[in-house]
Design a protein. Sequence first.
Length: 124
Amino acid sequence: MAVFCSNCGTAAAAGAGICSTCNMPIGVGAASAGAAPVASAAPTYAPQAAAQKGGNTLSTLAIVFGAISALFLPVLFGPVAIILAAIGKSKKESRSTVALIVAIGGLVVGMVFGFIVGYMNATN
Ligand SMILES: [Zn+2]
């Protein structure tokens, strides 16, 4: 079974690696088609590896503290969560933006909640 050079069209043996006329690799199309899934899988894996390498420890802590601050002591946990998220952002943690939103949201919700509770206690 003959293989034709994709560059110049010269027929070559199926096992031939390089075209005898133009010295271009034979069967590049078939080889790259086989390699394509691997090549496309690599970029999707790389960001995950980078995220794991960078870690989300501070962002995760910030999200936890942000959630706590919505329920308990927002004056204490809110700023801690925001600081952790800010440090995470400076370290380019992938979840730091979400963490910052949760931290600020937790602080605001906690303070509003605390204000409502305090207001209800004051009126009773
Ligand atoms: Zn050729």
